[in-house]
Design a protein around this ligand. Structure first.
Ligand code: SF4
Length: 413
């Protein structure tokens, strides 16, 4: 067995294609912002991207920029700048690192995709279905850049997504449509929206199939692969590019399955990752788990870009339903049910909860869930302290010790 520092996660050939698609995407955005021939919208991860695309906006997702600040381990250079202007160390570290980078006029997009700066928006559009921080994040830029900010205020913590919730959000989307007509200086066309929703739905189905290949034993992909491959689901939502890319990736995954190629050689244990990724430590955690011959086969996070409720025949209602029924927006009971279902479906041996210090909305270890999974369903659990971007909340030594002890516990079970 090679030493941990010699281990390398297995790459997918398709990733080269993804890298060129991402370069193309960011250069299109940069051209639109520079030449002002197309409008640019910034949108939260489960904001109404389909509606924006139907108006012809080029869509930038600041959370993707936040994740890039995390993976490049530059976030901690910027976070103190946001603290210095009054943003608390306890709030979302995507927000603080993104605003800090803006204040320093720097971005990892330059090195990664050859563009000068984050493309300037004509409109900022958020949905509070994930958290309140996105509203504050976008409102900061609205004040700074003098551009309009539009928001969907979603009903939160839902047990069931009922007719009244759908009606509420659908009406907000309808009224947002009127504002977007003005900002985009173009007329709304239902056919265009239906086309976008159709593509979004198709992309979502392929992404779901990609993730479901991990039900295979051994799994052909890991959560860490998913964190890379999901870039297409995030950035090309509602576009043909996502559909085409996932077809290519799926062929490669099916080849791995046919040849019995495991993402983690000698897979012994299969785990579930609950919560945000620790972006700056993906490689460290991936190689640690490879050494322990353990595969993270599923996660709530990668599944969060599956929007099966989309339906081109009911555009506004189905967008409202799809955006409202996401995991992060659900009650504790629904979240628990969701995780237990996935544990069974993916034949999982244990769950790692990442308690991400600056993202309470997507940290589910705080109200007794790990204990309930152990006691009520005999599912072993581990809670890992850390953060999505702020590495001052993460101790590599402690995380390694805790994970190794957890695997020992599984070995003895
Ligand atoms: S869900 Fe968490 S990581 Fe995402 S924007 Fe909100 S606070 Fe930040």
């Amino acid at each position: 067995m090679p030493r941990r520092d010699e281990l390398r996660p297995k790459r997918f050939e398709a990733t080269n294609r993804l890298k060129s698609l991402m370069t193309e995407y960011y250069q299109e955005l940069a051209r639109a912002a520079k030449n002002k021939n197309e409008k640019v919208a910034w949108c939260t991860s489960v904001g109404p991207a389909e509606l924006l695309l139907a108006f012809g906006f080029k869509v930038h997702y600041p959370e993707n920029h936040g994740a890039l600040l995390g993976t490049t381990r530059t976030a901690n250079n910027y976070i103190p700048r946001a603290h210095a202007i009054g943003y608390s160390p306890d709030i979302c570290s995507y927000l603080t690192s993104d605003i800090g980078a803006f204040l320093k006029n720097e971005t990892p997009l330059s090195k990664a995709y050859g563009i000068e700066s984050v493309p300037k928006p004509d409109v900022l559009v958020y949905n509070t279905n994930q958290c309140r921080d996105v509203q504050e994040w976008f409102s900061y830029y609205a004040r700074k850049l003098g551009v309009p900010v539009l928001g969907i205020n979603s009903p939160h913590g839902l047990d069931e997504v009922g007719a009244s919730h759908i009606k509420d959000v659908a009406e907000q989307l309808q009224s947002m449509k009127d504002s977007l007509e003005e900002i985009s200086e173009s007329q709304f066309e239902m056919k265009r929206l239906q086309h976008t929703i159709n593509l979004s739905l198709e992309g979502t189905k392929f992404w779901k199939t990609v993730l479901a290949t991990a039900t295979n034993i051994p799994s052909p992909l890991t959560f860490f692969d998913g964190c890379i491959q999901m870039a297409a689901a995030v950035c090309f939502r509602g576009e043909q590019r996502a559909v085409d890319y996932y077809k290519v990736l799926l062929t490669e995954l099916n080849e791995r399955i046919a040849k019995g190629i495991a993402a983690v050689d000698g897979e012994r244990f299969r785990l579930y990752w609950e919560g945000m990724p620790i972006w700056g430590k993906l490689r460290q955690l991936a190689t640690l788990l490879m050494e322990l011959r353990t595969c993270l086969v599923a996660s709530t996070y990668c599944n969060s870009w599956i929007f099966e409720a989309l339906d081109p025949s009911k555009p506004f209602e189905s967008m409202a339903k799809a955006y409202s029924e996401i995991f992060i927006n659900r009650s504790e009971a629904q979240k628990e049910k969701y995780i237990v279902d996935h544990v069974k479906r993916y034949k999982i041996d244990g769950v790692i909860f990442h308690d991400s210090k600056t993202c309470p909305s997507n940290s589910n270890a705080r109200y007794g869930m790990p204990r309930r999974l152990q006691e009520d369903y005999q599912i072993p659990t581990l809670v890992l302290d850390g953060d999505l971007n702020d590495l001052s909340f993460y101790s590599e030594e402690q995380a390694t010790t805790n994970i190794e002890a957890f695997i020992e516990q599984l070995e003895g079970a």
